[in-house]
Design a protein around this ligand. Structure first.
Ligand SMILES: O=C(O)CCC(=O)C(=O)O
Length: 272
């Protein structure tokens, strides 16, 4: 079965069952860094409470804590099939990826576009690369315009991390995008093309006795299948209060690219 057929089947198949349709909108923020307030207004009447599995487009409130509200915005059809195929083909043929290895095993590949060296897990450094191809600038502008229009969100973006998963055996482990250079409450817009993979989120424990290890977290997992052309935006306190991953799968899964658009700051300018 081709990627497209499989995606179509997933979008109309069992993943769409058991989901209550909601029609939320997000209000403009008053003050916090991610420029989001989850306070409903007349114009933006409701915010979805989060189900175990998110498949319906909308804004979802994941949790509230002293850090503020953790939120997600999801749109399963942000790109048309033709647009998704164009981006997929572009990435597949014209972008050079580097290996991301652990213990000698290839976990996935990546490419980085940004003004600064991006380091995470204190081990993996992506050198600056400010030359964005036109196709990716177009995607950035499309996301910016869309978030402005639909969420009243002034999305700032100067960096892009692309992850390439050649098969279901490639993955990204539990983590938060909480590096200093991303600032306190980053807005991260994640665009997927190619094979559908499941994005998972888990709430960090508030207990001060938590070991800090993801395997010691027993909280429920929220799953978001990300089909080709989907857009997922993480915002508010999501990086402070939640971790996320794309786990390995043991089914036959084809090639997928994930593009995370972000705003990075020189680490020295960031208060965390
Ligand atoms: O591939 C994905 O959907 C997630 C990528 C991710 O978690 C990241 O780039 O931090």
């Amino acid at each position: 079965m081709s990627n497209k057929q499989r995606n179509r089947r997933l979008q109309s198949g069992p993943f769409m069952d058991n989901v209550v349709k909601r029609g939320p909108r997000l209000a403009k923020e008053q003050s916090n860094q991610s420029k989001i307030s989850f306070v409903p207004t007349n114009a933006n009447p409701a915010i979805s409470r989060v189900p175990d599995q998110i498949t319906v487009p909308g804004v979802y409130e994941l949790s509230k804590s002293n850090f503020g509200t953790s939120g997600l915005y999801f749109n399963s059809n942000f790109l048309t099939n033709d647009e998704s195929d164009t981006v997929f083909d572009y990435l597949n043929t014209l972008i050079e990826f580097e290996n991301h290895e652990r213990d000698g095993n290839l976990i996935r590949e990546f490419a980085w576009f940004g003004e600064i060296t991006y380091t995470y897990s204190s081990t993996h450094a992506h050198s600056p690369n400010e030359t964005w191809p036109a196709c990716l600038i177009e995607m950035k502008e499309k996301i910016k315009a869309y978030l402005q229009k639909s969420l009243n969100l002034d999305f700032e973006c100067n960096s892009l991390l692309i992850n390439k998963y050649a098969s279901g055996h490639q993955s990204i482990g539990w983590h938060s995008d909480d590096e200093k250079c991303l600032g306190k409450q980053p807005v991260i817009a994640s665009l997927s093309v190619g094979e559908t993979r499941v994005f998972e989120l888990k709430k960090k424990p508030s207990s001060p006795t938590w070991s800090g290890k993801s395997e010691d977290i027993m909280s429920e997992v929220v799953r978001v299948p990300l089909p080709s052309g989907s857009l997922l935006v993480m915002m508010g306190a999501t990086q402070q209060d939640w971790i996320h991953r794309v786990p390995k799968e043991y089914h036959d899964r084809g090639l997928r690219f994930n593009l995370t658009f972000r705003k990075t700051h020189e680490a020295s300018n960031v208060v965390k």
